[in-house]
Design a protein around this ligand. Structure first.
Ligand code: BGC
Length: 402
């Protein structure tokens, strides 16, 4: 049984849906032809009320979104109060619809000035990030309880500093060559300047964790009642009984999940869990696949949640979902995920919410607009929204439990 006060909703992130963000590293990379352009995306910046009406209609009582750092601090140390007011209106629009806001302060995109001055490799990156977080929460803290500092630190660090497919496109050559990844340059060459050692990756991970701790402290200072979390990218590394596979799974879970939790000590009040991947060493099973060829193993969300139980904090599914343009597998996938969450609760895990990814179709980073994660389909020419059948099934799933 899920708790009566369970939060049900879906998520988005600023760059992926808002449109019109030109002052961040991804926009710069798009101008340089390294990633697809994002342009006006879903124009959610102007249409958020309409979108929240749809979320409400679909039975949601919560919504996760992110604030765009590049809008709030377009120049180093200069905050744009008009953009604060914009997000104040967004938060009020959620409140007016009884949608509990889950606010993420940073979801992958960096202001250009920050990226160009070294990004997370800057010496003072953690302080600079915390200053931005403190400013936002000081201004808007009374409108939300749930604040997350960082979304998926490992995904950011590995795509940006190992695989080299996201800004700042740093590739760790041995790994990059061993895998099929989008080449950094249009002509397929690797930019040798960017090929470096894994040290930068580890340095960035450390800086991110320090950024989280500093932000946590600043937020608690300006708003002691804020519930501050980090959103973790949980890959479940599992194994057969084979001892080599078991060691591999243990090492990978330690590296991917627990080492970062260890780095931030007790500096979090809750943990956001993003679950997409289950990786079982020695596994021969064939799983259904999403449009992105990701294995669909929804029930193992239970294991993802159980892995985090040892941290003894409330957990929220901050993201779980799939690319499925034909909407053939989404309803099944959501039902299975929810059953997996219920199984975790039955086993004593403190899970308090489930946010499907995503409310709307959106910009899927280096994969552009082709991949369709939304409960709501977006026609990028007319910007028309169409509710997918699976979104109604999700609504049923919610209603049966409330
Ligand atoms: C990210 C989202 C992304 C989703 C699907 C997560 O890694 O937080 O921004 O769209 O996965 O790839």
């Amino acid at each position: 049984m899920l708790p009566k006060t369970f939060y049900w909703g879906a998520g988005t992130s600023s760059y992926q849906v808002e449109g019109g963000i030109e002052t961040c590293d991804w926009a710069q990379a798009a101008r340089e032809g390294k990633v697809p352009a994002c342009g006006r995306a879903c124009d959610h910046y102007n249409r958020y009320e309409e979108d929240f009406d749809l979320a409400r209609k679909l039975g949601h009582n919560a919504h996760r979104f992110s604030i765009e750092w590049a809008r709030i601090e377009p120049e180093e140390g200069k905050f744009d109060e008009r953009e604060i007011e914009h997000y104040r209106s967004v938060l009020m629009a959620l409140r007016a619809r009884n949608l509990e806001p889950f606010v993420t302060l940073w979801h992958f995109t960096l202001p250009t000035w920050f990226a160009e001055s070294g990004g997370w490799e800057r010496k003072d990156a953690p302080e600079v990030f915390a200053r931005y977080c403190g400013h936002v929460v000081e201004k808007l803290g009374e409108l939300a309880v749930h604040w997350s500092t960082i979304n998926e630190p490992n995904v950011f660090a590995s795509n940006g500093y190992v695989r080299g497919i996201w800004p700042p496109f740093v590739q760790f050559a041995p790994i990059s060559r061993a895998r099929i990844v989008r080449p950094v340059l249009e002509n397929g060459e690797v930019n040798e300047e960017q090929v470096l050692t894994p040290f930068r990756y580890f340095k960035v991970r450390r800086a991110l964790m320090r950024g989280h701790i500093y932000a946590y402290k600043v937020i608690k200072k300006v708003h002691p009642t804020a519930q501050v979390s980090i959103v973790r990218d949980i890959i479940v590394f599992d194994s057969t009984r084979n001892p080599i596979h078991r060691v591999r799974a243990w090492v990978m879970n330690w590296h991917w999940t627990h080492s970062l939790m260890r780095m931030i000590g007790g500096h979090y009040d809750a943990i956001g869990v993003n679950y997409y991947f289950y990786n079982k060493a020695g596994d021969r099973a064939k799983y259904p696949k999403s449009d992105m060829h990701w294995d669909l193993v929804p029930r193992q969300v239970t294991q993802a949640l159980q892995m985090l139980q040892r941290y003894k904090k409330p957990l929220y599914i901050a993201e779980a979902g799939l690319a499925d343009h034909a909407d053939k597998q989404r309803a099944w996938y959501i039902r299975e995920l929810v059953a997996g969450v219920e199984a975790a609760c039955a086993a004593g895990v403190d899970v308090r919410g489930f946010m499907y990814w995503s409310l709307l179709d959106n910009y899927e980073w280096a994969a552009g607009f082709g991949e369709r994660f939304g409960l709501i389909e977006v026609d990028y020419t007319t910007l028309e929204r169409r509710i997918r059948p699976s979104a109604w099934e999700y609504k049923d799933c919610i209603e049966r439990r409330t």
